[in-house]
Design a protein around this ligand. Structure first.
Ligand code: CA
Ligand code: CA
Length: 215
């Protein structure tokens, strides 16, 4: 999961970096068009003003209208997974980025999420991931939601990644996750159960640490 958002971020960064030399002269022009409240974003996120300006250039380059709807988000995201179908996972990811749930991601939504994923504390990153998995946003992850997410990840990775994948492997994964995470066996995973389970699992912790090296 971490790698996925990491890939998206890396692409954005690479574009921002390669454009940087060419764009230095345009910086003054861009300053005029930067989103309102850049100072506010600087206070709300863990990015510097210069980083926010670079991210904004990348964002406007990809989305000239300044907002991303779900269809555009899916198209951008699909480019990173040419061998699979990323649309289901992109749908869940879009809803996690769209913090106001109004069907579009503004630059503010984008950098707030990136700030958490790249520079947040472990707890903040896990809270964000929990919110991604909590599809109906009721504060719990149930087995059905976990099944949707795991299937979406398998679909996204595609048949080339898991050529010998049997149909019931995603279901087995869900059972394993749930046994591990649902500490009190009441059929739902709470945020605290999720955080506790992830911190016990070195693999998950490693993928979270990857975020920190991307930017
Ligand atoms: Ca839920
Ligand atoms: Ca529980």
């Amino acid at each position: 999961m971490g790698a996925v958002v990491g890939t998206l971020t890396m692409q954005t960064k690479q574009r921002a970096m390669s454009r940087d030399k060419v764009d230095d002269e345009l910086e003054m022009t861009m300053v005029c068009h930067r989103p309102e409240g850049l100072e506010q974003l600087e206070a709300q996120t863990k990015f510097t003003k210069r980083e926010l300006q670079r991210l904004y250039r990348g964002f406007k380059n990809e989305c000239p209208s300044g907002v991303v709807n779900e269809e555009t988000f899916k198209q951008i995201y699909a480019q990173f997974f040419p061998h699979g179908d990323a649309s289901a996972y992109a749908h869940y990811l879009f809803n996690a980025f769209d913090s106001t749930q109004n069907g579009s991601i503004k630059f503010e939504d984008f950098v707030t999420a990136l700030s958490t994923l790249l520079r947040g504390s472990v707890r903040e990153k896990l809270e964000w991931t929990f919110n991604l998995y909590d599809i109906n946003k009721d504060g719990h992850i149930n087995k059905e939601e976990m099944t949707h997410i795991v299937k979406a990840i398998y679909d996204m990775m595609g048949k080339y990644t898991y050529p010998a994948l049997k149909v019931d492997v995603p279901r087995q994964h869900v059972e394993t996750f749930f046994q591990k995470m649902d500490k009190n066996k009441d059929g739902v995973v709470t945020l605290e159960e999720f955080i506790l389970s992830c911190q016990e699992d070195e693999n998950i912790m490693q993928s979270l640490r990857l975020f920190e090296n991307v930017m």
